[in-house]
Design a binder for this molecule. Structure first.
Ligand code: NDP
Ligand SMILES: N[C@@H](CC=O)C(=O)O
Ligand code: NA
Length: 428
């Protein structure tokens, strides 16, 4: 094999990173693969948009057919995002016997199995390392390095944008809006950042991780999702006073024959390894039956790190092509499993409320928790200056989620309670 030709779909943040790496590292990459790597065509929406890296303008096109139907192109790298068009283009590429690399978790979380099956049918590779946790090689780790172990649980910070926002709100006092625009300017956020801040992007990544770790066909609808749009600087400050950091955390756990996948803002004890994961960094904590606990950490978004994952997939495809072993994706037998009932979920909870600052208010709260059989681990109270109100933060001991939620609803209706909210707390 003397030459491989690539067609790139999308030339935004990640596409730019790929072209930059290919240009800067060409000599090393070609020495490693033993062949010339040609970037033949690049599909964009707007050919006149200024680009951050120089490429021959004749290679740019707005006509997908020029890339997908070009018989000289061996490998398609899809970095456009979105679902419908990306799905059609990848399917068309596979049917033309082109190998595909994608960073698209929206697509892989919903249509991954179908596309992998199509790839196998066409003897093509379909790699998607960049789709979860940007630069961290977590998919390879699950499918190769940890393949011998039985995974029980994964806890992950898998969205760079929200972790960046929460970090900036915590440490630099930035407003939510300012932190989000900064994440967008740095290229971490999705084209529509709603999927970042509302937790959908993290949920899609947890679906992909769960498929690979347990071979259980988890659907996006099975994931309970809460984003960070209701997390305030005050929540962060008061969680901090009790020794916790708020992160958007994805949890995927198999227990007693049931699976539970959720994404929600969660309090982590300050000493928890995930609590110190800052900015756009991601980390995935994996609990293996034989191996025990391991953590995979690194940049979860951004041009350079994501491009490294895409390019590593490219090197794998070229190696497979040279060896004549493309299209060998392993399909493990699927284990059907029902989702864990909410009534079986147990956790600690952090409650933050404002109460009337009058005698007996505080004991009304503690009495209620006592009546409901929920014991408390930590309490904090301080008056709110200039108001007849007090700020109260409570961390419960581990308790049943349904019982907690019922008690919380009763508590909200107490006449001494002005407002209240709660978050889940992860064990240290
Ligand atoms: N940004 C990141 O840190 C990460 C992103 N990803 C994933 O990588 C993918 C790309 O993300 P990113 O680079 O940030 O996205 P951008 O929005 O920066 O870039 C998208 C690119 O695709 C082109 N494009 C979009 N839709 C079409 C279309 N219908 N037809 C032709 N061209 C199109 C755009 O063209 P034009 O330039 O003309 O507008 C642009 O060049 C997404 O799936 C994303 O989820 C994964 C990990 C990290
Ligand atoms: N928007 C995503 C990009 C990488 O997947 C994120 O912020 O993590
Ligand atoms: Na990755």
């Amino acid at each position: 094999m003397e030459k491989v030709s690539i067609g790139l779909l999308g030339f935004g943040t990640v596409g730019t990173g790929v072209v930059r790496l290919l240009t800067k590292e060409r000599e090393r990459l070609e020495a490693r693969t033993g062949c010339t790597i040609q970037l033949k065509k690049v599909l964009v929406r707007n050919k006149n948009r200024p680009r951050k890296v120089l490429i021959d303008n004749r290679n740019l096109t707005t006509n997908a057919a020029e890339v997908l139907d070009d018989p000289e192109i061996d490998i398609i790298i899809e970095l456009m995002g979105g679902i419908d068009e990306a799905y059609r283009y990848i399917l068309r590429a596979l049917n033309h016997k082109k190998h595909v690399i994608t960073a698209n978790k929206d697509l892989m979380a919903s249509y991954g199995d179908e596309l992998l099956m199509e790839a196998k049918k066409n003897h093509c590779d379909l790699y998607y390392e960049a789709s979860v946790a940007g630069g961290i090689p977590i998919l390879r780790t699950l499918t190769d390095s940890l393949a011998a172990d039985r995974i029980q649980k994964m806890i992950g910070i898998v969205n760079g944008t929200t972790n960046y926002i929460l970090s900036k709100m915590s440490h630099e006092g930035l407003s939510y809006e300012k932190a989000l625009s900064s994440a967008q300017a740095l290229g971490f956020a999705e084209a529509d950042p709603t999927s970042d801040v509302e937790g959908l992007d993290a949920a899609r990544k947890m679906v992909i991780l769960s498929h690979l770790a347990y071979s259980i066909p988890v659907k996006l609808d099975d994931v309970k999702i809460t984003g960070i749009t209701d997390v305030t600087r005050e929540d962060i400050i008061y969680a901090g006073k009790l020794g916790y950091t708020i992160k958007l955390v994805g949890i995927s756990e198999v227990n007693n024959g049931a699976i539970d996948v959720r994404v929600e803002p969660t309090l982590l004890p300050d000493g928890h390894p995930l609590a110190s994961v800052e900015n756009e960094n991601n980390a995935i904590y994996v609990y293996g039956t034989a191996l025990g606990e391991t953590m995979y950490y690194g940049p979860g978004a951004g041009e350079g790190p994501t491009a490294v994952s895409v390019m590593s997939d490219l090197l794998s495809v070229i190696r497979n092509m040279a060896l004549g072993v493309t299209g060998n994706h392993i399909f493990l037998p699927k284990r059907e499993m029902h989702t864990r009932k909410e009534s079986l979920v147990e956790s600690q909870f952090f409650v933050r409320l404002h109460i009337k600052d009058e005698p007996g208010s505080f004991s009304r709260l503690t009495d209620l928790f006592k009546e409901q059989g929920i014991s408390l681990e930590k309490l904090y109270q301080e008056p709110i200056t200039g108001q007849d109100a007090a700020e109260v933060s409570i961390v419960t001991h581990r308790t049943n989620k349904v019982l907690f939620e019922k008690s919380f609803e009763i508590m909200k209706k107490l006449d001494v309670v002005l407002n209240a909210k709660y978050f889940r707390v992860e064990r240290g």
